[in-house]
Write a protein of this length. Sequence first.
Length: 279
Amino acid sequence: MALYMIGDVQGCDAALGRLLGTIGFSPSRDTLYLLGDLVNRGPESLAVLHRLMALEGAAHCLLGNHDLHLLAVAHGVRKPHRSDTLGDILQAPDRERLLRWLRHRPMALQAGGWLMVHAGVLPQWSDTQTLQLAHELESELRGPEWGVFLHNMYGNRPDHWHDDLRGLDRLRVIVNALTRLRFCNADGVMEFDTKDSATAAPEGFMPWFEVPGRKTAGTPVAFGHWSTLGDAGRDDVLALDTGCVWGGCLTAARLGAQAGQVERISVNCPQAQRPGGTT
């Protein structure tokens, strides 16, 4: 039995199929953890969802910002972007089944010694609190008022966490941290404009995993979202968005016997829109 984490697929089903073949994945034996952004920008988002849904309990998929964007577009909350490639899902005969499956996916997971998120974790959050807050968000997306949340999901304020946050402000901070975070300052104030590498941090800000005193520093954390990051250069964090849709690779990390141990396996992605893009 092998456990694998996989970075942002973004609708690149051919690359995903090739990667699963390369690692010799068997759904009766092995387990996949996909770190969000299953869809969009690549050409085969519908095929990706069908493939992952068919794997049932052998594939655990986090929600990323592009997946939430699909839900918002389908619900009439957002207009499609010019670069979106979501039409095959929105026009699919089983559209409602697909969207229901998607909004029942988790926002964070912990397995094999790794805490898994799509984007990042605020420095004030422990691994236990991260999972608890992710569950709050999951409950909202799965509940009867999920459309109300989508209508109020977007925005950069509040830009930091405090424990007495309530209601939609609380949920907005949680979703922004888990699906959009790259940089924050020492107090956990989030910055959302910069999408370049870690060396491009705005003055006073740093990659979220470099914040001194981060409560998850003792827990290995795996994430996607940041295709321009490259190697994070730390043993306790693993960046797995290797820019498949932008001309890079799709990467899986096979979890080792000890927490923090991984073996990376990558395949090239011929389905790229263009090189050098960001998610």
